[in-house]
Design a protein around this ligand. Structure first.
Ligand code: SAM
Length: 240
């Protein structure tokens, strides 16, 4: 589980708030039980519960490991908004596959449009999904869920990123052969269309904005499959 750095005062860690409720009420952890607690991107502690009250779980740190240094570029998944559960699924799997940032994008052919009043609620929900997926896959960091933005604004928001648009049919260039930047200070942006696919104007705009169009092969994949296949290929090519 992730804990805030201010919860950690070696040799103990004090757990309060929603994590306390989860550990006590859902998982029914008690004194003597062990758990692993991560200060996001900083260090990870193996710990043992030594005291439990209604307001606090106190843990004794058994050992501590420093977070490893980043070994490849930052991966940004720019995913066109998908219908309810599909977007949840993409966020969960993209987190497992190591995306650093997920940017929900508004596109012309999207089946779903996010109502402005629902944006913050939806984003908070996606953040919870990302935290849970990061914990279960033992990541050191939780990907950021960016505010949903229009496709036309993505390039300006990531000016130094090497940008790819996943496009079926319109290119012969395979994602498996393109050059990927490998530096830890570099960013790779991977853009996946909605259920209805990219509009021609969108593809033109992205080409003008220096995106490289790449293919995943001759079969048309569902948008959520394309997102997972894309991240799997990129991570495999980066040796991650
Ligand atoms: N109608 C299906 C659905 O409901 O998901 C298929 C949608 S497909 C057009 C959605 C997006 O997945 C595309 O815009 C593209 O980004 C990506 N995609 C699917 N198959 C692909 C392929 N063979 N190569 C590259 N991208 C692909």
């Amino acid at each position: 589980f992730f804990v805030a750095p201010d919860a950690v005062t070696p040799p103990t860690i004090r757990i309060t708030g929603p994590l306390l409720r989860h550990l006590k009420d859902s998982l029914r952890l008690a004194d003597g039980d062990g758990l692993t607690l991560t200060e996001e991107g900083i260090r990870r502690h193996r710990a043992e519960i030594i005291a439990t009250t209604d307001r606090l779980i106190e843990c004794r740190i058994l050992d501590t490991t420093a977070a490893p240094l980043r070994s490849g570029p930052r991966l940004v998944l720019a995913q066109a908004l998908l219908k309810g559960e599909k977007m949840d699924w993409v966020i969960q799997k993209a987190t497992e596959l190591g995306a650093d940032r997920i940017v929900p994008i508004q596109t012309k052919n999207a089946v779903v449009k996010l109502h402005p009043d629902r944006v913050e609620h939806q984003r908070a929900r996606w953040e919870r999904i990302a935290v849970e997926a990061a914990q279960q896959s033992e990541r050191w960091t939780v990907p950021t869920i960016a505010e949903p933005i229009a496709l036309s604004k993505v390039a300006a928001a990531y000016p130094s990123a090497v940008k790819f648009v996943l496009a079926e049919r319109s290119t012969e260039t395979s994602l498996t052969t393109v050059t990927l930047p490998a530096g830890t200070d570099q960013t790779v942006l991977l853009s996946i269309g909605p259920e209805g696919g990219w509009d021609e104007d969108e593809l033109r705009l992205m080409r003008e904005q220096a995106y490289s169009a790449v293919s995943l092969g001759s079969r048309i994949l569902r948008a959520e499959t394309a997102a997972i296949a894309t991240l799997s290929i990129v991570q495999s090519r980066l040796g991650e």
